[in-house]
Design a protein. Structure first.
Length: 283
């Protein structure tokens, strides 16, 4: 029985930890919204941005729309997602909404729009990323897209279109200067979400699949001093799957990632480029 009790205690501690960080992340996200972004008429993308626009047009509380617009999407996708995710997401949304309602009448901590966009975007991104890292979500729009658009456009393209529409609407309502601050806040929130989930990485492992490998290797070697570092394990996996062409593998500093893509695309516009993170510099 002792191993069973130890397992149960471990599971209980794991759940307590996840619940704690979901609550912390939800409160941090609401702080970013209500104390920095919304008072300065700065709107981010996703369901959070849509909720903010509805709240502005109806003069109702933002927290109310955060709950009303997100919960139905969970119900629509309940059969396709895990129960743990549903529990943590509903908990996060309730805390997110109640915190936003509680903070609604608190004066903005920063009134300069650029500073508010930067601090608010970071706070919102850290909060949302923390909730996602520990098993929940504060924006169910992407969840719905993944469930209903599997045979259509890529989810990233759909989300980009929706976010552009939200930010454009914010520009029409609040002015295009405010829209620029909204873009800054959105980009910072987006990056902070990913940093929170995966940690900060100075180098990215880039994979290039192309019919013009030799030309790409030559140009990357001359322009960026990069060397193909295809790993044996990956090669064996490719051979096992009977793939004819093995991808090129490079470790690229994040500052050179954009140039890396431009160089590869200049040689082969149809090249398949993918990446993942690595936290150490290449040897």
């Amino acid at each position: 029985m002792e191993p069973t009790h130890a397992y149960e205690r471990g599971e209980f501690k794991r759940w307590c930890t996840r619940i704690l960080f979901v609550v912390i992340g939800s409160v941090l996200a609401s702080v970013g919204l209500e104390l920095f972004l919304i008072p300065n008429q700065i709107i981010v993308g996703g369901m959070t941005g849509i909720s903010a626009l509805f709240a502005h047009m109806t003069e109702m509380r933002l927290g109310l729309f955060l709950l009303l617009l997100n919960v139905p999407f969970i119900g629509m996708n309940y059969r396709h997602i895990r129960r743990e995710f549903v529990i943590l997401t509903v908990l996060g949304l309730i805390v997110f909404s109640l915190s936003a309602i509680f903070l609604h009448h608190t004066p903005a901590l920063i009134e300069h729009p650029l500073s508010a966009a930067m601090v608010g975007g970071v706070s919102l991104g850290l909060g949302v990323g923390t909730v996602v890292r520990y098993g929940g979500a504060l924006d169910t729009l992407e969840l719905s897209e993944q469930s209903h658009w599997r045979n259509g456009l890529p989810v990233d393209n759909i989300m980009m279109l929706i976010n552009c529409m939200v930010l454009s609407t914010a520009g029409v309502i609040f002015g295009w200067d405010q829209a620029m601050y909204s873009v800054i806040a959105y980009l910072l929130a987006y990056e902070m979400i990913h940093i929170t989930i995966r940690g900060f990485a100075l180098y990215r492992t880039m994979y290039v699949q192309s019919a013009r490998h030799d030309e790409i290797k030559q140009v990357l070697g001359l322009s960026l001093s990069l060397t193909n570092i295809s790993e044996d394990e990956m090669n064996s996996d490719l051979e096992h799957n009977n793939l004819v062409s093995k991808p090129l593998v490079y470790k690229v500093h994040i500052a050179e990632k954009a140039r890396f893509r431009v160089l590869v695309r200049s040689i082969d516009p149809e090249a398949d480029i993918s990446s993942n993170d690595t936290r150490i510099a290449p040897n």
